[in-house]
Design a protein around this ligand. Structure first.
Ligand code: PGA
Length: 299
């Protein structure tokens, strides 16, 4: 499909009602763009086809509290040397202590993310790192609401929402993590938990919010177990539906990542599931060889 002009729902919505949407020759329409055109009564030109929704694939490394500066630097240099040609974009989230040097060593090979962000602006907030300070270091992303922080630091939905909002104000894309506990899963509450965490985190933000969502079942993180394929698909589709409800059109294009015991062995099959547009990786992102393989698998 490379090189063919893609027409998205946004293109259709940007065209004022009553005017024909510009459809270049050989256009590929996203499914939603096709549906919207139908609603407007505009016929598809000959040669137009309908392709998959255009979501860039992301593979995000979450190093957690691992790596001192020398190890972080060695990883970033090795990654920059060997970064695979991939349609997927790698995002590396080192600890705060290594952000600046990882950024310098990575160059263009991957984007930089933080593992958390303060809900406060710069000022008298001891120990906090403000979103504007992360942006200043070149961070394009910040993980928000990771289940380890929800469990260990008592982060609740309202704090997560403030962090999402603080990140967006500094033009940082929050990688919003949601997911159920084992008990909630066994009680059949996954859909409810995923939807309500998304709704709470995005309340009031509407269409302006450029976010990434990560579905991370808590019981799968760091345990070497992953949900069944149908469980991942169901949760990711629930997430997409809730994103569209909260963010409108933009929500249909929000990348939805899966995270929780992703490994070189299971990455391809998880990435092939409907609704999954990337990975959030903890343990398997600490080793540069395995992270390179995960990025290659996604592309
Ligand atoms: P894991 O961690 O890949 O080690 O399970 C994922 C995460 O916590 O984001």
């Amino acid at each position: 499909m490379a090189g063919k002009p893609l027409v998205t729902a946004e293109d259709v919505l940007r065209t004022p009602p009553g005017r024909a949407v510009f459809l270049p020759e050989g256009a590929i329409l996203t499914p939603l763009a096709r549906d919207l055109l139908r609603k407007r009564g505009q016929p598809l030109p000959a040669g137009a086809t309908v392709g998959p929704r255009p979501v860039a694939s992301l593979v995000v490394a979450n190093w957690k509290s691992n790596k001192k500066t020398a190890e972080a630097l060695a990883f970033a240099e090795a990654f920059a040397r060997a970064a695979p040609r991939s349609r997927a974009r790698a995002v590396i989230c080192p600890p705060f202590t290594a952000l600046a040097l990882v950024k310098a060593a990575l160059g263009d090979a991957a984007d930089l993310g933080a593992q958390d962000v303060s809900p406060f602006e710069e000022g008298a907030h001891t120990g906090e790192v403000a979103a504007s300070q992360l942006a200043d270091l070149g961070c394009l992303y910040a993980i928000v609401g990771h289940s380890e922080r929800r469990a260990e630091q008592g982060e609740d939905d309202s704090l997560v929402r403030r962090k999402v909002s603080a990140a967006l104000a500094a033009k940082i894309r929050p990688i919003l993590c949601v997911g159920e506990t084992r008990e909630e899963r066994d009680a059949g509450r996954t859909s409810h938990v995923v939807r309500s965490q998304i709704r709470a985190a995005l309340e009031g933000l509407e269409g302006a919010a450029e976010i990434v969502l990560a579905y991370e079942p808590r019981w799968a993180i760091g345990r070497g177990v992953v949900p069944r394929d149908d469980e991942i698909v169901a949760a990711c589709l629930d997430a997409r539906e809730e994103l569209s409800r909260s963010l409108g059109e933009r929500g249909t294009r929000t990348p939805v990542l899966y995270g929780g015991s992703v490994a070189v062995e299971n990455a391809r099959s998880i990435l092939s599931l409907e609704g999954v547009s990337g990975l959030l990786v903890g343990g398997a992102s600490l080793n540069v060889e395995s992270f390179l393989r995960l990025v290659a698998a996604a592309g």
